[in-house]
Write a protein that binds this ligand. Structure first.
Ligand code: DX5
Ligand code: ZN
Length: 223
């Protein structure tokens, strides 16, 4: 499968959200990445249901919703209602992760689990067969525009090995500090889904940047 590019609307111009969404519609991007932050799990607050509802009116690609919130079960049904296609919860916020995954699936969404930079991937071993997506955070969640943490490459490679056995169709998503400088090595390590915030929206030509990320040359014999 060709890798997926999911521009993060956290880095869009909120005063021109319709314009930025329509740019992504016209681009080679595959999904919209939608970062929800509660100011408790992470030290920042982003946006909630009214903004997602408004964005959904114009978006023509799936919504990949990344919940950086405590007790996400309370809001899963509402996120599905406002248009989430994939809902990803943080491992660190879920005491009964299996139950949360079942809940996400019961409302008709694909289910993902995100790991903070310090959380080992082997903790996913007994849930891997039940999820559609695993998100490896490559920065500490909370803000766009941070620097990529290199240990992510090892985590991706380990997760790829685990998934070959347990869930070969798993979306292995990397989020934070992704750009043209590191996407090829992450593909080689086994990632297939990429969030890009600043790399896209701070670029001179965001549509071209999306195309460049999508069509990056990778030495396939190493994969
Ligand atoms: C960070 C968010 C990211 C963020 C990525 O907590 O989960 O999705 O928008 O932004 P960049 O690509 O700028 O690091
Ligand atoms: Zn995110």
């Amino acid at each position: 499968m060709k890798h997926i590019i999911a521009p993060s609307i956290l880095a869009a111009d909120f005063a021109n959200l319709q314009r930025d969404i329509e740019m992504v519609n016209r681009s080679e991007a595959d999904w919209f990445h939608v970062d929800v932050m509660d100011g408790v799990f992470v030290p920042n607050i982003s946006f909630g249901f009214p903004v997602i509802t408004a964005a959904k009116k114009y978006a023509q690609k799936p919504f990949d919703v990344h919940l950086m919130i405590v007790d996400p079960d309370r809001y899963i049904a509402e996120f599905a209602k406002v248009g989430a296609d994939i809902i990803t919860v943080h491992y660190e916020t879920c005491t009964h992760l299996h139950r949360t995954i079942q809940l996400i699936k019961s409302v008709g969404c694909k289910a993902g689990v995100a790991l903070n930079p310090h959380t080992p991937v082997n903790l996913l071993k007994d849930i891997l067969q039940d999820i559609d997506l695993a998100l490896i955070m490559s920065v500490n969640p909370g803000f766009g525009g941070q620097q990529f943490i290199p240990q992510t490459l090892n985590k991706v490679a380990e997760l790829k090995q685990m998934s070959l056995f347990n869930n070969p169709n798993l979306f292995i998503e990397v989020d934070g500090g992704i750009g043209l400088h590191n996407i090829a090595s992450l593909i080689q390590a086994g990632a297939n889904t990429f969030v890009a915030g600043n790399a896209v929206f701070a670029a001179q030509d965001p549509m071209k940047m999306i195309a460049d990320l999508k069509n990056i040359e990778v030495e396939t014999h190493l994969i």
